[in-house]
Design a protein around this ligand. Structure first.
Ligand code: ADP
Length: 306
């Protein structure tokens, strides 16, 4: 598959179910909506968020804080409310700061459930599915519209963020920053949904042979290419493919790639430390052992037998 298409299919976004969603037992119903739309969950966990994690979640720029204040003032104007009555000021930055504080408090009233979704236009699709920030404006059929009812004018009177059950990254930059804030790279899995092929790869006019070729992940394609150009490097790629398949429970594939790695290492003298020194530090977030040879591959893939 062309690299740019693969990149589109790999688009990732971070979704955070806020403590009110978790406490109300809505995780399953919300996940179901994303899964049925065809988005792939590539990471997920329940977290009692620390102060650092919460602070790291929100952008630090003055522009973002000011923007949130301005949006709040706009909503107040719409309903002929005076922000000074609630905030004691009409300065967007000071209002934004207060809302940011409330948001931090909101995310610490209970566990949050966080996950990463992957798929074509994942960022925009998920934002569309969650609906307007303010639940009373969110349309029926959206997650916020169907599961929450709240408005900032009331929330602000009681000194609270507007509880809207869910957050999703607004753009690619935010997604990268938020995924990095909540997950380590090893927590993000590479796996294939059974329907991905049908949705995205199977062109009605593509020949079967071409389809098979296109089904290969970029990592598999790189490995195939290296087998002819640089078999020693290919051995390390085979090791990584074996480890990923083992982690994902694809035992047969893990064994197949483990054997490929051994066969490739067999082509080289692997006796001195220098000969066995790894060429790569990590590949696709999988750490390569500093010293790697046939026995290391066998050992790391245990209990699978190669
Ligand atoms: P979104 O979460 O849709 O990206 P924002 O980044 O503008 O929206 O706001 C972050 C969060 O701050 C919202 O999800 C909501 O919980 C809260 N919030 C936004 N505006 C207000 C407001 N006027 N009063 C209280 N809380 C607000």
């Amino acid at each position: 598959m062309e690299a740019k298409w693969q990149e589109m299919l790999n688009e990732k976004t971070l979704v955070l179910l806020k403590p009110d969603a978790v406490k109300r037992g809505l995780i399953g119903q919300i996940l179901q909506r994303f899964e049925q739309a065809g988005l792939k969950i590539v990471a997920g966990k329940m977290v009692a968020a620390t102060k650092d994690q919460i602070e790291g979640h929100f952008p630090k720029s003055e522009e973002w804080v000011r923007g949130m204040g301005s949006k709040t003032i706009e909503t107040y104007c719409e309903y002929c409310l005076d922000p000074i009555d609630i905030f004691g000021t009409d300065d967007p930055y000071l209002i934004g700061l207060r809302i940011k504080e409330w948001n931090c408090a909101y995310l610490s009233i209970g566990p949050v459930f966080i996950f990463v979704l992957q798929g074509i236009h994942a960022i925009d699709s998920v934002r569309k599915m969650i609906g307007n920030t303010l639940p009373y404006k969110a349309l029926p059929g959206t997650i916020r519209g169907d599961f929450s009812i709240n408005a900032p004018d009331l929330a602000n009177v009681v000194g609270s963020a507007c509880k809207n059950i869910i957050h999703a990254s607004g753009n690619a930059e935010e997604a990268a920053q938020e995924i990095n804030n909540w997950f380590s790279s090893s927590e993000i899995l590479i796996w294939e949904r059974i329907d991905e092929y049908l949705h995205f790869v199977q062109g009605e006019f593509t020949s079967t042979k071409k389809e098979e070729k296109e089904m290969k992940s970029p990592l598999q394609q790189k490995f195939e290419a290296l087998k002819t150009t640089d078999p020693r490097d290919a051995a390390e790629y085979a090791y990584v493919l074996a480890m990923i398949n083992k982690r994902n429970g694809s035992t047969d594939e893990a064994i197949r790639y483990g054997r490929e790695a051994i066969t490739l290492f067999d082509q080289f003298p692997m006796e001195t430390l220098e000969q066995c020194a790894a060429r790569n530090v990590t590949i696709e977030n999988i750490a390569i052992p500093d010293i790697i040879h046939q026995e290391v591959v066998r050992d790391r893939l245990k209990p699978l037998v190669l």
